[in-house]
Design a protein around this ligand. Structure first.
Ligand SMILES: [Zn+2]
Length: 135
């Protein structure tokens, strides 16, 4: 394999993090890089600490699961993050969080059909949103 660029590198790390997800429907991973491209944090979607989720009920887990991006943001200092890489297009809440943390670029692998506002929000918040192919 040829040498990945920084966006691909962050997405590869996000993909590794997603393997830790317990969610049987959608395993999502996220990775945040600083401006010097060092890794600031990683996260994956999962239950809040000490909470058991009934993973077999899709609606129940949807209301309880913490998104990979939100879990990654927990470890950031304000303005520490520059690039967010997520295996799935971030939802509107995570894009709001990204804006609040000063994220300037978001890259992702997979489109999420249920949230078409993500692209408009990123444009409005001046966050560069790019879909990237891995491999
Ligand atoms: Zn989200």
């Amino acid at each position: 394999m040829s040498r990945p660029n920084w966006e691909q590198y962050a997405l590869m790390i996000a993909k590794v993090a997603s393997a830790r997800s317990e969610d049987p429907y959608q395993k999502v991973g996220a990775c945040v890089l600083r401006k010097d491209y060092s890794v600031a944090s990683v996260g994956y979607n999962g239950a809040p600490p000490k909470i058991e989720i009934n993973w077999s009920n899709r609606d129940e887990r949807r209301a309880r699961v913490i998104h990979a991006e939100a879990n990654a943001f927990r470890y950031l200092k304000p303005q520490e993050g520059y690039l967010l890489a997520s295996t799935l297009l971030p939802c509107r809440s995570c894009i709001q969080l990204a804006a609040s943390y000063g994220i300037e670029k978001i890259v992702y692998i997979e489109e999420y059909e249920q949230d078409d506002i993500a692209h408009n929000l990123c444009a409005e918040f001046d966050i560069k949103l790019t879909k990237i192919e891995l491999d």
